[in-house]
Write a protein that binds this ligand. Structure first.
Ligand code: HH2
Length: 293
């Protein structure tokens, strides 16, 4: 039996039509949803240090909304290769002032990129709607229990290892099958912990414990992930998979990022996670129009 056949037995082929998070219900067939990323960190690989000041973070957040972000995501800990974990209280010290300032002004859903249950609980109590867990609810799923209790949305992302060791010789026999099997297992755990099946997004985790060829294979075969029966998110923005192909530094990867997003949208990704909203919004609206024609 090939690995591909094994994956299709683990999961069903059932494209979801809507995604729920707290009071929001997003139609994921209607259009591709743009997630604007704002890292309130000193060390994120692409915007680290730019938005540590809550005023600068607020201005950038409102700019992203004007430019067409459908969801805003805040992060208080970098997960770039080699990044050092920060304690929960430091993560909250970075995120909470921005969340408290902006939440009342925003009608769109707000996501927070965290894998710590205590951070998730605090930000959900301050009005966040979605928790984006780059560790894919590892361990006993305590984070999923918090998400379930608050009726929030959950992004389950695949990562091999941890940010400290993930890029030390990652290897796969069949990256699409292995990532799918991990996500299927974590989705099952999240649902056992009580997360609404319609509140889960899956993400193959581009750049998280993968070689360039693995990232490209995941993007090329993204359609396979529809078998998980959940909306798909991708985050290629400015990552080394673009830099490796084009041999360009982070600040010159916008067109390469756009190509990755086009490939993902064409295969039915429901959410795209980006740092530069305006060019992505034009690209996605155009692609959505062509797909519906
Ligand atoms: N990528 C990053 C962080 N979180 N979450 C999901 N679901 N998918 C991704 O691809 C993803 C993610 C890394 O990008 P960024 O947040 O800009 O950098 P850093 O981790 O250095 O803050």
């Amino acid at each position: 039996m090939t690995q591909q056949t094994q994956v299709s037995q683990i999961v069903s082929d059932d494209r979801s039509t809507s995604f729920r998070c707290r009071d929001h219900r997003l139609d994921v067939q209607e259009k591709t949803w743009i997630v604007g990323v704002l890292n309130i960190t000193p060390d994120s690989f692409s915007d680290g240090g730019r938005f540590l000041d809550p005023g600068a973070a607020g201005d950038q957040a409102m700019r992203m909304v004007e430019e067409g972000a459908d969801i805003l995501e805040f992060g208080g800990e970098s997960t770039r290769p080699g990044a050092v974990p920060v304690p929960a209280d430091e993560e909250l010290r970075r995120i909470l002032p921005v969340l408290r300032e902006l939440r009342p002004k925003l009608v769109i859903p707000v996501a927070v990129d965290t894998y710590k249950p205590e951070v998730a609980r605090a930000v959900l109590e301050e009005g966040a709607d979605i928790i984006n867990d780059v560790y894919g609810v590892r361990g006993e799923g305590r984070l999923a229990a918090v998400v379930a209790e608050k009726r929030a949305g959950l992004v389950i992302m695949h990562m091999k290892g941890t940010p400290q060791d993930m890029q030390i010789e990652p290897r796969y026999d069949d990256v699409v099958s292995e990532v799918s099997a991990f996500l299927a297992d974590r989705v099952a755990l999240a649902e056992r912990m009580g997360v609404d099946p319609q509140s889960i997004i899956v993400d193959p985790g581009l750049g998280f414990g993968k070689r360039s060829r693995d990232n490209l294979a995941l993007l090329r075969h993204l359609e396979e992930f529809h078998r998980l029966g959940k909306p798909i998110m991708v985050g290629p923005s400015r990552k080394s998979l673009v830099g490796d192909v084009l041999n360009l530094p982070v600040e010159q990867r916008q067109h390469g990022t756009a190509a990755c997003i086009a490939a993902a949208v064409w295969q039915g990704a429901a959410f795209v996670r980006v740092h530069e909203v305006r060019p992505c919004a034009h690209l996605v609206r155009m692609l959505d129009a062509i797909r519906r024609a």
